[in-house]
Ligand binder design. Structure first.
Ligand code: SF4
Ligand code: MG
Length: 328
């Protein structure tokens, strides 16, 4: 059983006058126990909305999620219990910390809300500070503004772990950190995953970082999954033209040149009224007539567990093909 299974998750935001942002549009994926699933794609692709729906910070319009086989919000897994088991760390290290609470009180807050005694919650908070590399004697009584960004993110990780979750969603969680601090926090996350048997969904615009930390990677474009598969296969031999374009624009490890700017030609993706057929077709160098008419489905491609949504891919062969005319 996967830890999390998302089935046709859909979240649209109406803008008025009939315009709709199709932020997440029928997304299917599974997160296996103990793995890190990286999620990549340009801004506007639906990564963060997917994360917020998975966390149930916002409700989906359609679709459902299964957590360890139970329907989230169903009879045997209440939203309250699910929210204990799934935690999130955001890019903004101030976002989840109350500025008027000390670090240890911030970490202890969630457990006390869930009925843990204050004393036990504080002991657990101090233990977690040790696990994230912050000496409680120096940090427990400090306030968020007295910490560096990297230290605050360590506190956020401790806070996320305080309820003993099984799934942690990291949405650009290291993106605001300096490169050296980022590397330390990534190593910490990898250690904690082992130590606590965690499963991660790791969202980032930084393809190098995603490659470093992920077991599998999911590529999103305009609210849809276009490719998903084991990290090395996907990076070494991307099957979807969008994945290829994204990776070919991948910046080097040079810290002065690490942001992904203008990765692709053509109009930037706009989730309001996305194109018919394959949503990537206006920018796709391989586009054929069929692509503007028929939406490709996510299907197996290549040798392993890889899936891509492209008319040019044949299930099982791993080779490109000419588009089928009947499909049009
Ligand atoms: Fe390009 Fe067509 Fe494949 Fe879409 S379906 S990625 S337009 S080749
Ligand atoms: Mg985002």
């Amino acid at each position: 059983t996967p830890l999390l299974e998302a089935r046709t998750l859909t979240k649209h935001f109406p803008l008025g006058r009939g315009a709709v942002v199709r932020a997440v549009d029928g997304v299917d994926f599974a997160v296996l126990k103990g793995e890190t699933l990286g999620v990549v794609g340009e801004s506007g692709c639906g990564k963060s909305t997917t994360a917020r729906v998975v966390m149930q910070l916002i409700a989906q319009d359609k679709g459902e999620m299964l957590f360890d086989g139970e329907i989230v919000g169903g009879l045997s897994l209440s939203l309250k219990e699910y929210r204990r088991q799934a935690q999130m760390v955001f890019q903004d290290s101030y976002a989840s910390l109350n500025p008027r609470l000390t670090i240890e009180d911030s970490i202890a807050f969630g457990p006390t809300v869930h009925g843990v005694s204050k004393q036990a919650a504080i002991l657990r908070a101090r233990d977690l500070l040790v696990r994230v590399g912050l000496d409680p004697a120096r940090f427990a009584a400090r306030y968020p503004h007295e910490l560096s960004g990297g230290q605050r993110q360590r506190v956020n990780i401790a806070r996320a772990l305080a309820l003993g979750p099984r799934l942690v969603i990291l949405d650009e969680a290291v993106s605001a950190l300096d490169k050296s601090v980022e590397a330390q926090v990534l190593n910490l996350l990898a250690d904690l995953r082992e130590e606590f048997g965690l499963t991660y969904i790791f969202i980032s615009h930084d393809l190098n970082v995603v490659r470093f930390i992920s077991d599998r990677v999911m590529v999103m474009y305009l609210g849809e999954v276009v490719e998903i598969g084991p990290v090395d296969e996907l990076y070494d031999d991307p099957r979807h033209p969008y994945t290829r374009a994204l990776l070919s624009a991948m910046p080097s490890m040079d810290p002065d040149n690490r942001t992904m700017e203008a990765p692709l030609a053509g109009d930037p993706p706009n989730p309001i009224n996305p194109p018919e057929g394959c949503r990537f077709h206006p920018r796709c160098p391989q586009a054929q007539t069929v692509c503007a008419k028929v939406k490709p489905v996510l299907a197996r491609t290549g040798e392993g567990a890889r899936q891509a949504a492209c008319h040019m891919e044949v299930a099982g062969s791993g080779h490109s093909r000419a588009p089928s005319l009947e499909a049009a």
